[in-house]
Design a binder for this molecule. Structure first.
Ligand code: ATP
Ligand code: MG
Length: 476
C-alpha cells in the first residue's frame, strides 16, 4: 500500500515555508524525485529534498533561505541553474524545470527551460518523476503523468520515455536502474533491460567517481548480489570490475572441479551484510578472492591451486582502486590487508587452535582482527550442513580464544617490553643489526608463548641472546 497522504508532511515547518514562498513569489513549484518516491513507499528518505520550479529555482531558493531561521547561505550553481539550501539536517535542492537534449559524445545535455511536464520527461524513471504540488490552487496534489505510483506499487523500474534513448542519452541511468532495483527490491522492466544490454558499452563515458558512487550504494544494500548479478548479466560488470567477472566459471581437469569463485564471492558479500554496515569491509568481501583468477593452476599431484592468491589479490586492490579513482588512503590499505590476510583465520580454525597461533593472528592482524574474522565467517559457503556448522563452531572457539589470549598477553598493538634503547645501553652499542636480532628473538619468544609479555622475562632473554651472539655487557 502506498502512503498517498501528504497532509502530515506538508505541515512540517520546512514545507510550510516552501508553500508560503511559492505563493509569495508566484513561482510555480513542486517537490519531486526521491523524497516523493520514498514517502509513498513509507521508506526513510535521504537527507535531500528536490524542488523543481517553473521559473527560477535560484530565486525561490533565496527567498526560502531567508525564511528558514539559521539556514546556511544559498549555494548557487549558476551553470546548472541550481541552488542548494542547508537547514539543520535537511538539504533543499532547487532546480528550474528544464528540457534536455543530448548529443552522442557527452553526458551533458543542452538545457533550455521548460514546463513541469518537460522536466518530468527528462527524469530517469517513472518512480522518480512523481511531483507534489506546493502551489496554492492544488497544494499536496500528486502529479504523476507516467503512472509512477502504479509502478511503485508493483515494484517496477521503467523509464518515462523510450528506454533506448533514455539510457543512451545518459548511461549512468543504467547503473541507477540496477541500484534502485537492488535498494528497493524492484524488477527492471524487460524493455529497459534490453536497452541496458544494448547500451552497456556506453558506460565508458561515465566518470569513475559516479560509477563508484552507484557501486557503493549497491554494496550497502542488504543483498548486494542482486545488483551485481544484474550488472553481470547485462554486460556492465565486465566493463567496470573485470577482476570479478574473471572469477566466473568452473573448470574440470581429470574429473577435478573447482568452485565458481564469482558466485561464491557474491554469496560471501551477502553473508557479511547482516553482520556489518562498514562499506569497506563489504568491499573486502567483494574483492577477497580476486587474486584467484591470475593464480589458478592445475597440477597432477594436488589438483587445483590458487597459490599466493591473497598476496596477488592485495596488489590488485591497489590497481583497481587507482583505476576507479577510489581513495588510495587508509581505506584502500584496510581492504588490501583484509584481502591479504583473508585465509589466515581459516587455516587456524581448521586445526586445533593453539594459543601461539592465536597470538600470531592478533599480532599480525592488529586493528582489523574482528573484521577479518567477520569476513572469514561470511566466507563459509559450503552446502554441507555438517561442515557448515563445524566451521562456524570453530570460529566461535577462535573468537573466545582471542579474548582469553588478549587479556593475558596483550599482543595487539604490540610494544616490545625491551626497547632498542635498553639493549644499546646494556651492551654499550650504537645502532647495529644485533639490536634487531635481539628484539626479533624476544618478540618470537613472546608470540610462541615461551616467555610472558613482561619486562623481567624479556630482560633475561635479552641477556641470554646477547651472550649467545657474543655481546659483552656494559662494564659501568
Ligand atoms: P537517492 O537520493 O535516494 O539516491 P534520488 O531519486 O533522490 O535517490 P538523486 O540522485 O538524489 O536520486 O536525484 C534526484 C532526482 O533527480 C531523481 O529522483 C531523478 O528524478 C532525477 N535524476 C537524478 N539523476 C538522474 C539522471 N541521471 N537522469 C535523469 N534523472 C535523474
Ligand atoms: Mg536524493
Amino acid at each position: 500500500m502506498l502512503n498517498k497522504d501528504f497532509s502530515q508532511i506538508l505541515e512540517l515547518a520546512v514545507f510550510q515555508v516552501l508553500i508560503a514562498c511559492t505563493s509569495e513569489t508566484k513561482i510555480e513549484s513542486y517537490v519531486v524525485g526521491g523524497f516523493v518516491r520514498d514517502h509513498l513507499l513509507g521508506r526513510k528518505s535521504g537527507p535531500d529534498i528536490d524542488i523543481v520550479s517553473v521559473g527560477s529555482g535560484i530565486d525561490l531558493a533565496k527567498v526560502v533561505q531567508r525564511k528558514l531561521p539559521g539556514a546556511r547561505p544559498v549555494q548557487v550553481f549558476k551553470s546548472y541553474g541550481t541552488a542548494m539550501v542547508q537547514w539543520n539536517d535537511i538539504t533543499l535542492e532547487f532546480v528550474g524545470a528544464r528540457k534536455e537534449s543530448y548529443s552522442e559524445e557527452s553526458r551533458n545535455p543542452e538545457v533550455t527551460s521548460g514546463t513541469l511536464e518537460d522536466d518530468q520527461n527528462r527524469r530517469d524513471f517513472t518512480i522518480n518523476a512523481l511531483a507534489i504540488s506546493l502551489n496554492k490552487n492544488n497544494t499536496g496534489e500528486l502529479l504523476d503523468p507516467f503512472n509512477g505510483a502504479e509502478d511503485l506499487k508493483n515494484g517496477i523500474i521503467k523509464t518515462p520515455l523510450d528506454p533506448s534513448i533514455t539510457y543512451s542519452d545518459d548511461p549512468l541511468r543504467m547503473l541507477r536502474a540496477i541500484r534502485f532495483a537492488s535498494q528497493l527490491n524492484f524488477e527492471i522492466e524487460s524493455r529497459s533491460l534490453n536497452a541496458i544490454k544494448e547500451n552497456a558499452e556506453r558506460i565508458d563515458i561515465i566518470t569513475n567517481e559516479r560509477i563508484v558512487e552507484e557501486l557503493n550504494k549497491i554494496l550497502l544494500t542488504s543483498e548486494p548480489s542482486r545488483g551485481f548479478l544484474l550488472l553481470e548479466v547485462n554486460g556492465l560488470l565486465e566493463k567496470i570490475l573485470p577482476e570479478l567477472t574473471e572469477l566466473k566459471g568452473i573448470e574440470e581437469i581429470q574429473g577435478q572441479l573447482h568452485k565458481d569463485n564469482f558466485y561464491h564471492t557474491l554469496e560471501v558479500v551477502d553473508n557479511i551484510c547482516p553482520n556489518t554496515d562498514n562499506l569497506w569491509l563489504r568491499w573486502g568481501a567483494l574483492l577477497h578472492d580476486i587474486g584467484k583468477a591470475p593464480t589458478k593452476k592445475f597440477s597432477q599431484k594436488v589438483g587445483w591451486t590458487f597459490h599466493s592468491h591473497e598476496f596477488v589479490g592485495s596488489k590488485m586492490v591497489y590497481r583497481l582502486f587507482k583505476r576507479l579513482k577510489m581513495p588510495l588512503n587508509e581505506k584502500m590499505k584496510y581492504v588490501q590487508r583484509l584481502v591479504f590476510m583473508s585465509s589466515r583465520p581459516i587455516i587456524i580454525s581448521e586445526d586445533i587452535v593453539t594459543d601461539a597461533a592465536i597470538r600470531r593472528l592478533i599480532f599480525d592482524a592488529g586493528t582489523i582482527l574482528e573484521d577479518l574474522i567477520t569476513l572469514c565467517e561470511a566466507d563459509i559457503t559450503t552446502k554441507n550442513p555438517k561442515r557448515f556448522q563445524r566451521y562456524h563452531d570453530n570460529f566461535k572457539v577462535v573468537r573466545k580464544k582471542i579474548v582469553e589470549v588478549e587479556e593475558r598477553d596483550r599482543v595487539r598493538n604490540f610494544q616490545p617490553p625491551i626497547t632498542g634503547e635498553i639493549i644499546m645501553e646494556h651492551f654499550n652499542l650504537s645502532p647495529c643489526k644485533e639490536i634487531g636480532i635481539i628484539k626479533e628473538f624476544i618478540k618470537e619468544a613472546i608470540l610462541e608463548g615461551q616467555i610472558p609479555n613482561e619486562y623481567e622475562a624479556a630482560y633475561n632473554l635479552m641477556l641470554e641472546k646477547g651472550n649467545e651472539i657474543g655481546l659483552k655487557p656494559n662494564e659501568k
